[in-house]
Design a protein around this ligand. Structure first.
Ligand code: JB2
Length: 212
């Protein structure tokens, strides 16, 4: 069955990476929505910025799918809000899996999951809705990444790691096997996590320690 064409929400850096992957997947991009009036009419990798989110009223959820191109660093809640707002209107969010990633056929990726170039997801892993597994991140067997979390570029996660919803795991962090990261926690770039992290905590360093 032919896949639906997509409309992209947000025209920033993450959108550029997603469009690159979508073009390789041969998915048709109808356009990009962004509230910044200066961007209207401009192009990102050849795809046109149409205007703000109100233009979504011109499309039917039966004919198009959405791609959430809001990243999770500068606007941590917005990505989640966008996902719920437009799903409530009946739209679905397309999975974007870069052709150079290696996703086990025995792993599960839910609605709207984005797996970027060079990422590896091993057997038994479960990736929940709206999660970003960014460039060259490695998620080993039986990890569970809960909804709306961002696994930044170059993260290494050994087997059986549990990440709660809405977490940010910073670039290059390492998490040893079996540790748990509580909901809404932030792991700083380069941290090495060797024990469980409570919900909402911010940790950094080697080994990682709670700083907030
Ligand atoms: O409500 C909105 C909205 N609010 C902000 N609707 C839509 N459709 N777009 C919205 N935006 C737009 O998202 C902003 O006007 C802006 O153009 C875009 C966010 O772009 P930015 O480059 O600031 O961030 P990003 O989310 O694309 O990328 C962040 O996350 C990535 C994962 C950066 O930190 C990247 O470095 C990172 N790789």
């Amino acid at each position: 069955m032919k896949s639906k064409p997509v409309v992209i929400i947000g025209a920033g850096g993450h959108a550029k990476v997603l469009i690159d992957a979508l073009l390789l997947m041969r998915v048709k991009v109808l356009g990009i929505l962004d509230p910044d009036p200066l961007l209207t009419g401009t192009r990102l990798l050849g795809c046109r910025v149409l205007g703000n989110d109100e233009l979504l009223a011109d499309y039917s959820p039966e004919d198009v799918a959405l791609v959430n191109a809001i990243g999770s660093v500068s606007l941590p809640r917005l990505r989640t809000d966008i996902f719920f707002r437009f799903r409530q209107q009946g739209f679905s969010f397309r999975r974007v899996i870069h052709s150079s990633s290696a996703v086990s056929q025995h792993a599960q990726c839910a609605e709207g999951v984005q797996v970027m170039a060079g990422a590896v997801i091993q057997a038994g892993a479960q990736i929940d809705e709206n999660v970003i597994v960014n460039t060259r991140a490695s998620i080993d067997h039986d990890c569970k990444i809960s909804a709306h979390s961002h696994i930044a570029p170059g993260v290494t996660m050994s087997g059986g790691v549990l990440v709660g919803a809405g977490c940010h795991i910073g670039s290059g962090a390492t998490l040893i096997q079996g540790v748990s990261v509580g909901e809404g926690a932030v792991v700083a770039a380069g941290a090495v996590v060797v024990c469980d992290i409570p919900p909402g905590a911010k940790v950094m360093g080697v080994p990682a320690k709670v700083v907030k």
